[in-house]
Design a protein around this ligand. Structure first.
Ligand SMILES: [Zn+2]
Ligand SMILES: [Zn+2]
Length: 177
């Protein structure tokens, strides 16, 4: 359902729209759990054997916070501009070409179909930060008791501080003797 059949793309290109796509990231790549794409709209056309797709994707995705490990949601809106080249071309020219293609944001297609789901996944991967944060000032987990410090205060660091302070005090007293 969410795919483009290459042989059916008209010569002048065509506009395609997709709504309410739910994607599960089972591979758990980059800490993404799932995405809800509310809307995407593409203009698809052929250029020789290349397939060009331009448009926009809007929705939200769920991530794991790198500090507190809670799952949180983030809205996104992404402009898309990708080129799909037939797989055989790179096969012919070797691996080095394949690497440069990746750098140039060129994708490959095999056979007669391009998966819209894979395309959306790729676009979301690009958006995900290296260290996702549920909010800028996320306090994270306490390294001592493991509690989520966004939700409850713990006394670990206070205690640590006061015990250090106590040691200092005794040292000072000792010094005075
Ligand atoms: Zn967090
Ligand atoms: Zn604690």
């Amino acid at each position: 359902m969410f795919e483009i059949i290459i042989s059916e793309i008209p010569r002048e290109g065509e506009k395609r729209e997709f709504k309410n796509i739910k994607i599960d990231f089972e591979d758990n790549y980059y800490d993404i759990i799932k995405a809800n794409v509310d809307f995407c709209s593409f203009f698809i056309y052929k250029s020789g054997d290349d397939i060009k797709i331009k448009g926009k994707i809007k929705g939200s995705y769920s991530l794991v916070c790198s500090r507190c490990l809670e799952i949180f949601e983030k809205d996104f809106s992404q402009d898309v501009s990708v080129t799909f080249k037939p797989f055989y071309e790179t096969q012919r020219e070797g691996e080095e070409i394949e690497l440069t293609l990746k750098e140039m944001k060129v994708n490959l297609y095999k056979g007669d179909r391009i998966s819209i789901l894979d395309l959306i996944k790729e676009e979301i991967y690009i958006l995900v930060p290296l260290k996702p944060l549920c909010r800028e000032d996320c306090k994270g987990l306490c390294p001592i008791c493991g509690k989520n410090r966004n939700k409850e205060e713990c006394d670990c660091q206070k205690e640590e501080f006061s015990s250090k302070f106590a040691i200092l005090k005794t040292l000072l007293k000792e010094g005075r003797k």
